[in-house]
Design a protein around this ligand. Structure first.
Ligand code: SF4
Length: 225
């Protein structure tokens, strides 16, 4: 069942030029990334009764929809949920809200992502390309994977992420993004590899989807007395 974190966030940075409402799904994630800001609250903890269901999210959105030009569905990993549940929820959002609808994804569910575009339930997607998946070997580079995304992925898993990156670039929306966090544990060479890969795909599809390398911000840690 879809669950959402009850605190919605107004943001001006996630989608430049838009005032957006960031909504976190609370259904976990299939990665365990270095410095993840959501790991304590949204991944380690299960929905605990404070969570909202899809109906409650729609009701809240109806009350404030004129204040935002875009709604951003983040996670955890929002696309970890059943496609039918995601689609039903976004269909209801479309019915009450005429701004942009965008999902954030780590890229591991390309079929669902493509279907959301095909069904016109999203206007864009922000996809994280955290590593140069095309240039790494899941077996030989296992330590790098574990350090950055917290798991040792299969080749199929990495191919799925690359497929999602291609889907987003090919779809070519003004409100989509491909993005990378400048993890301090990686050398510049990794970011160069990702940029070259993304630029080649953008050339291939004549795509205007922007690519951003975002600064790494360590997660907040309460100071101990
Ligand atoms: S994909 Fe996102 S939510 Fe999932 S562990 Fe990584 S940073 Fe956290």
């Amino acid at each position: 069942m879809l669950a959402f974190y009850p605190r919605f966030i107004r943001t001006f940075d996630d989608l430049p030029g838009y005032t957006s409402l960031l909504i976190h799904s609370w259904n976990g994630c299939n990665m365990r990334c270095f410095g993840c800001h959501n790991s304590d609250e949204l991944i380690a903890k299960k929905p605990d009764g404070r969570h909202l269901d899809g109906r409650q999210v729609i009701d809240r959105l109806q009350g404030c929809r004129s204040m935002f030009e875009a709604v951003l569905f983040s996670g955890g990993e929002f696309l970890i949920n059943e496609y039918s549940e995601i689609a039903d929820c976004l269909r209801e959002v479309r019915a009450v809200y005429d701004g942009k609808i965008i999902v954030f994804t780590n890229g591991t569910y390309p079929r669902k992502l493509q279907q959301l575009f095909d069904d016109k339930l999203i206007d864009g997607a922000h996809i994280d390309m955290k590593l140069p998946y095309h240039a790494l070997d899941p077996a030989q580079d296992r330590e790098i994977y574990e350090a950055v995304i917290g798991i040792a992925p299969s080749e199929t898993y990495c191919k799925a992420i690359l497929e999602s990156v291609e889907i987003v670039i090919r779809h070519n929306s003004d409100v989509s993004q491909v993005r990378t966090v400048r993890y301090p544990i990686l050398s510049e060479h990794f970011f160069d590899e990702i940029r070259i890969y993304v630029d080649k795909l953008k050339d291939k599809y004549n795509s205007r989807v922007p690519y951003f390398i975002n600064p790494y911000h360590p997660p907040y840690q309460a100071s101990t007395p």
